[in-house]
Design a binder for this molecule. Structure first.
Ligand SMILES: Cc1cc2nc3c(=O)[nH]c(=O)nc-3n(C[C@H](O)[C@H](O)[C@H](O)COP(=O)(O)OP(=O)(O)OC[C@H]3O[C@@H](n4cnc5c(N)ncnc54)[C@H](O)[C@@H]3O)c2cc1C
Length: 464
């Protein structure tokens, strides 16, 4: 779409606000971001009859999965952590010939095919960054975009706003005593792109998320030395159990509707038989049961610890000029430290109260999606599931589309639905006692979450 001409087409009126033009897009809904969540949002809004304008700051689709994007967190060896059937959108399967865990470049190709199949490109304004989104009267939104870094700003008015700006691009940097005086190199995992960065180096990887474990495994093969620092012991689940992708086996067990304690017991037994006793490898004993932290799927980490290529170490207490001291008194002298310490959600274009952001910076939303402050504001993809996020965002954006439609077609019923639910922002969609940390802000069990979404949609549909 040509950003200079698009506002001149269709039945677009111009409103004046504080001396500046606001292009009225009528009942059109605005989507921010054309990553995996934004794309499915456009598709589902279109299928529910809405006009959609999507703004994407990059010049192509794919978000995190587009390695060309400067904010993409993927590295050369990134493969999906979730297996194919759980990763694909429910109405667009991945090719049968693809492996269980496709490479990131395949997943980008999949998103491109999805975009073309559902003809989504004509809705997307590429190279357009949303710099401000402000509520206007009657639930409308004034969205201000800038084309390019120094381009002119334009404001358009929309009937609804769906934010799909991703939550894996703004690095979280922990604070350590002495870090400023350290003479080695420190990078965040978002700046790690290829194994050559590790070759011949003495590498310390901090963090045991899936990215931290992947990088530690790569350092085990490329670096002269690799330390892996974790705050606690974790359960390292293999990617395959009984020859099947582990998430598929887990889902079979979930389908039996066994109580949580029994599923945890089964999982512990399976890990004992496949991975074995972690402490034998010198790894710390997990201080929690499975499902109480975000699952780590990595068949190689324990293997490389067992081969002496990764030295597990506890939390870093302080940096010195030449190295680090760990909580157990050990020291190391790495020349490269990789902070695989995760990401924080950021919504620079929205005032925090609009997303009910708490003192820690965590948005508190109904179903992790609907703003309790503004019924026409929703976020797509702000989820950290025990399986893949994409099929969940599909249903989440169906719910958003249904909700916006209900407001239009049956305002009284919409009002009563809203009164009943909008304050329910506890965000608990997980029967397990999930650890309290920023990493687990949006941690959900996919079955619990899907059931909650289904209930909400049924309630919206009742009587229609
Ligand atoms: C290394 C790694 C591996 C992962 N593996 C998996 C996996 O196997 N399975 C899984 O389910 N999940 C995985 N994830 C989670 C991943 O975040 C999601 O898969 C997915 O990328 C989320 O899509 P999204 O559209 O919500 O966000 P993103 O992919 O981040 O897309 C957001 C889009 O919004 C755009 N944008 C942001 N701000 C603005 C603005 N102000 N104006 C205009 N455009 C804007 C961005 O340019 C971007 O294109 C992984 C994450 C990482 C970091």
């Amino acid at each position: 779409m040509d950003p200079d001409n698009a506002y001149d087409t269709g039945a677009v009126a111009t409103i004046w606000r504080e001396g500046k033009p606001v292009f009225d897009r009528g009942e059109t809904v605005c989507v921010i971001g054309a990553g995996a969540s934004g794309l499915v949002a456009i598709k589902n809004l279109k299928e529910h009859g809405f006009g959609v304008d999507c703004f994407e700051r990059e010049t192509s689709i794919g978000g995190a999965w587009n390695w060309r994007n400067d904010r993409s967190p993927v590295y050369g060896s990134t493969h999906l952590i979730s297996s194919k059937p759980f990763t694909q959108y429910p109405d667009f399967p991945m090719p049968d010939a693809w492996p269980d865990y496709p490479h990131h470049s395949q997943f980008l190709a999949y998103l491109e095919q999805y975009t073309d199949h559902f003809d989504l490109r004509s809705q997307i304004w590429f190279g357009s960054e949303v710099v401000r989104a402000e509520p206007a009267e009657d639930g409308f939104w004034d969205v201000t975009t800038r084309v390019g870094r120094n381009g002119a700003e334009r404001t358009a008015r929309y009937a609804g706003l769906v934010v799909a700006n991703g939550h894996n691009w703004s690095p979280k940097f922990p604070e350590y005593a002495g870090i400023d005086g350290f003479k080695g190199e420190i990078i965040h995992a978002s700046a790690y792109k290829e194994a050559a960065q590790l070759r011949g180096r003495r590498v310390l990887v901090i963090g045991a998320g899936n990215t931290g474990c992947d990088i530690a495994v790569e350092a085990a093969q490329q670096a002269t030395r690799c330390w892996h620092s974790t705050r606690r012991g974790y359960w390292y689940a293999p990617k395959y159990v009984m020859g099947r992708p582990a998430d598929q086996v887990n889902d079979l067990v979930l389908g039996l509707r066994l109580p949580l304690w029994l599923r945890q017991w089964l999982f512990h037994r399976t890990l004992k038989m496949t991975v074995g006793d972690l402490t034998r490898f010198g790894l710390p004993k997990p201080d929690h049961r499975v499902y109480e932290t975000h699952p780590i799927a990595n068949s190689q980490l324990v293997y490389y610890v067992g081969h002496g290529a990764i030295t597990p170490v506890p939390d870093v207490v302080r940096f010195t000029r030449t190295g680090v001291e760990f909580a157990d008194g050990r020291t190391a002298e790495p020349d490269l430290v990789i902070l695989a310490t995760g990401y924080l959600p950021r919504f620079e274009f929205l005032s925090p109260d609009l997303l009910n952001v708490d003192a820690e910076g965590r948005p508190r939303l109904y179903l992790h999606a609907f703003s309790p402050a503004y019924p026409t504001l929703a976020v797509a993809g702000l989820l950290q599931p025990d399986s893949a996020v994409f099929s969940l965002v599909h249903w989440q954006t169906v719910a958003i589309a249904k909700w916006l439609r209900l407001r239009e077609s049956a305002p009284d019923r919409a009002e009563s639905f809203w009164r009943r639910h909008h304050r329910d922002v506890s965000g608990r969609f997980n029967p397990a006692k999930v650890k309290q940390s920023t990493r687990h802000w949006f941690e959900i069990s996919h079955t619990v979450y899907l059931r909650a979404l289904e209930r909400a949609m049924r309630e919206m549909e009742a009587g229609q």
